[in-house]
Design a protein around this ligand. Structure first.
Ligand code: C2E
Ligand code: MG
Ligand code: MG
Ligand code: MG
Length: 273
């Protein structure tokens, strides 16, 4: 295994690499079992107003932590897509996330939708069924989609978006600025929001960042800045006109218990001097 040992990866990622190298069928089998056994967890990352700092929404992010060590969604989401498990996985993630935020009707819930799912002709109906089963207000829902889908199957994607727009759900273009999606794509598909990719936020090219934000502003599409890690980045994003901020500076993805602490800070029993 000279080639493998020469890859120079850190131990922290060994579980992911094993999964990649492993026989695909075995990896799929493990993921399938994890879904069936409710071993996929959901964490929540706050989105705050760039002006007031108030938490206006949370993004649900899936987590898989087998005993061998955590596997990144960047690994297991594509695995789920390849092996036809993505609908099952998402159904669980969506349901868990919707149930989790029922106590806070004033905040929005952002869910990541795989491009493959959005192109599934049953996607809109399945989402509607879930919403009504849980009595979850569709107007609180923001579905985040990356741009890949718009190149491959634009008509199917558009049908899903139209059907869910009709009940008040909103769509955000995720990771904007990393690929080929243009302002034209945003308009054509009726996106309600844009999330500027973290690489643009930390990339150091302020002119490109500002121009991207201004393009969205010209279409009246509110912008979220993702991957905000420093005060300087937060200030820049706010001054450039971003509506919402998301990133480690504001809060890392957290358990529901931690989110509750953020949203319902304990009432102080005594006044501080
Ligand atoms: P995303 O939707 O763009 O989510 C943002 C990712 O950036 C998350 O990684 C989050 O933990 C990370 N992040 C947030 N703030 C910061 C920051 O300030 N600095 C840095 N360095 N990173 C930050 P995560 O949780 O590993 O998810 C990766 C991607 O996997 C997501 O990107 C999303 O595309 C996908 N994903 C996660 N959960 C799901 C899911 O339930 N369904 C689907 N279809 N995709 C999912
Ligand atoms: Mg996202
Ligand atoms: Mg993103
Ligand atoms: Mg991403």
């Amino acid at each position: 295994h000279a080639k493998e040992s020469g890859r120079g990866q850190t131990a922290a990622y060994s579980a992911e690499l094993d999964l990649e190298r492993e026989n695909l069928a075995l990896a799929e089998q493990r993921l399938k079992a994890a879904i069936a056994n409710d071993e996929i967890e959901v964490v929540f990352q706050p989105l705050t107003s760039s002006v007031s700092g108030a938490i206006l929404g949370v993004e649900a992010l899936a987590r898989w932590m087998p005993p061998t060590g955590p596997v990144s969604p960047d690994i297991f989401i594509p695995l789920a897509e390849r092996s036809g498990l993505i609908d099952q996985l998402s159904q669980k993630v969506f349901e868990t996330a919707m149930r989790a935020v029922t106590d806070w009707p004033h905040i929005d819930l952002s869910l990541n939708v795989s491009p493959l799912q959005l192109c599934n002709p049953n996607f809109a109906d399945e989402m509607k069924d879930l919403l009504s089963r849980l009595a979850f207000d569709p107007r609180r829902l923001i579905l985040e989609v990356t741009e890949g889908v718009f190149i491959s199957k634009p008509d199917r994607a558009r049908r899903s978006i139209t059907a869910l727009h009709a009940i008040g759900a909103r769509f955000a273009m995720d990771d904007f600025g990393t690929g080929h999606a243009s302002i034209g794509t945003l308009r054509q598909f009726g996106f309600d929001k844009v999330k500027i990719d973290r690489s643009l936020i930390s990339g150091g090219n302020d002119a490109i960042l500002k121009a991207t934000i201004q393009l969205a502003a010209a279409l009246d599409i509110p912008v979220t800045a993702e991957g905000i890690e420093t005060d300087a980045q937060a200030r820049f994003a706010r001054e450039a006109g971003c509506e919402l901020l998301q990133g480690y500076l504001i809060g890392k993805p957290m358990s529901l218990a931690r989110l509750r602490e953020r949203l319902e800070p304990a009432t102080p029993t005594a006044k501080r001097a």
